[in-house]
Write a new protein. Structure first.
Length: 479
């Protein structure tokens, strides 16, 4: 039964909840006009930032403020091009709202799940939105540690259904939510299996929903155990690596993929039976960076797996598997020319070989390979500035792909000052997002943590948490 704008009861395994989305206009002064700042055309380069002359279409980045604060910004895009973005205001006890745009991010309104005009889950420790690419169901899930509150909408945020206990098992952290076709299970009232995975500290666990998000049950064994076999310097060594992981995806077969930095190595868990059992694969022997990191994975329509992470040299690495994870290509360095240090790399995949990667990067970082903790606290780092970057390619399946990279903000108006990671990056927190829209347009999300006096020449330390959505225009479509 569809939920109308009036609150109606919905019974499901003892959980209730019919909710209405209340919509308010953004406050006056939000900078979302069609004249939003645009970057210079993207630079063409090969692995390692080697600039090359290249013809064809070079995109520019359109920089758009959402008008609300943000942290760990994900982005959901429906088939008809509607954008959903989660706002979190740490100055208001982690108050959250779901924002919606119907014009590519130029303007936004608030479309949060609400009951009788009151936000149904106004507080979150980790805000998160996700859109199923084929059904366009948009999920909004907010972490409460004890569990999570989940709402979903099938009509662009006009009405929502809410599940106040969406986890399958209480006490969890650093969640990811995604969906895909079933392998063996029968689904009810929704054609996809909805997966919810989280950090147990000692392991990485998942639950699944066969009714579109109303009820959840544990999948089976953890995707990763805290003590990871083969996570050390040799195949037989095991070390405690924790349970923090990146965002999961499901391919057309229904196979589930969950990436993780495990004891300074990039790993991938693959389940072929809806999470009941998992195979753990070490993607590369090239170390991942130290600290809290979210490696990123996606799969194209032909089953090719794409994996990005920030290496121990703090460069963005990209590798591809054409045989379901059995072997991987020689990783290439994908970040933009001039970037000395990168962080929080995340990717999305469109047509085979078409990839968009968003990341934070610094062109004046003092970091050097082998630098110890004292380097990160040096006076030189106080002058370091950090920018947002988007790199795209239509040649990820080639040995030496051509990349097009652009800095999304002016070099004199950085998004952050000082240190940014590795891993958690001040008011950005743990991750940003990259999403390729159904029309092939690449989008990316950032947090501008350098506003006001910080944004002035030789500005003060980072301050601010402005949500930003960037779209690339004028380049090759990626779907």
């Amino acid at each position: 039964m569809p939920v109308t704008r009036r609150a109606l009861p919905l019974a499901a395994a003892g959980l209730a909840a019919a909710v209405v989305a209340a919509v308010w206009l953004l406050p006056a002064g939000a900078d979302n006009s069609p004249k939003s700042p645009r970057s210079a055309p993207a630079e063409a380069h090969r692995s390692g930032g080697k600039r090359v002359a290249a013809g064809g279409r070079r995109p520019v980045a359109v920089f758009q403020r959402v008008g609300f604060p943000a942290g760990e910004p994900t982005l959901a895009i429906t088939k008809n091009g509607e954008l959903f973005f989660p706002s979190i205001d740490t100055s208001r006890a982690n108050h959250v709202e779901v924002l919606r745009s119907t014009d590519g991010g130029q303007s936004w309104d608030v479309a949060s799940p609400a009951l009788a005009g009151v936000n149904s889950h106004p507080i979150s420790l980790d805000p998160y939105v996700y859109a199923d690419r084929t059904t366009s169901r948009v999920f909004n899930i907010d972490l409460t540690v004890a569990c999570s509150i989940l709402s979903f909408t099938d009509d662009g945020g006009e009405t929502w259904t809410t599940n106040p206990l969406a986890c399958g098992r209480p006490v969890n952290d650093h969640q990811t939510l995604f969906s895909g076709p079933p392998v063996s299970s029968g689904t009810v009232d929704y054609p996809k299996v909805v997966y919810y995975c989280w950090n147990d500290v000692a392991s990485s666990s998942c639950s699944k929903s066969l009714d579109g998000g109303i009820t959840f049950s544990p999948t089976g064994s953890p995707a990763f155990t805290g003590v990871q076999p083969g996570s050390g310097n040799d195949e037989e060594q095991a070390s405690f690596c924790g349970g923090l992981h990146g965002h999961g995806v499901v391919d057309r077969r229904g196979w589930v993929y969950l990436p993780k930095e495990s004891c300074l190595r990039p790993w991938l868990a693959i389940s072929r039976d809806e999470g009941r059992t998992w195979e753990n694969i070490r993607v590369s022997d090239i170390p991942a960076g130290d600290g809290l990191l979210d490696p990123s994975v996606d799969v194209d329509g032909e089953g090719n797996i794409y994996y990005a992470w920030t290496g121990g040299d703090r460069r963005v690495r990209l590798t591809v598997s054409r045989d379901r994870g059995k072997s991987w290509s020689n990783p290439v360095i994908a970040d933009a020319p001039g970037v000395r240090e990168a962080n929080l790399a995340t990717l999305d995949v469109g047509a085979p070989g078409n990839v968009a990667i968003a990341y934070m990067g610094s062109e004046n970082s003092p970091w050097r390979h082998g630098c110890d903790d004292d380097c990160a606290r040096s006076d030189d780092y106080l002058r370091a500035t950090w920018n947002g970057y988007v790199t795209i390619t239509t040649q990820a399946l080639k040995r030496n792909p051509l990349f097009l990279s652009t800095r999304v903000n002016p070099i004199k108006d950085p998004l952050m000052r000082g240190t940014c990671g590795p891993g958690r990056c001040k008011t950005v927190f743990d991750f940003i997002d990259a999403v390729i829209a159904p029309d092939g347009t690449p989008y990316a999300t950032f947090v501008d943590g350098c506003v006001g006096v910080c944004a002035k020449p030789n500005g003060a330390a980072s301050v601010g948490e402005d949500g930003v959505v960037v779209r690339l225009v004028g380049g090759p479509p990626l779907r």
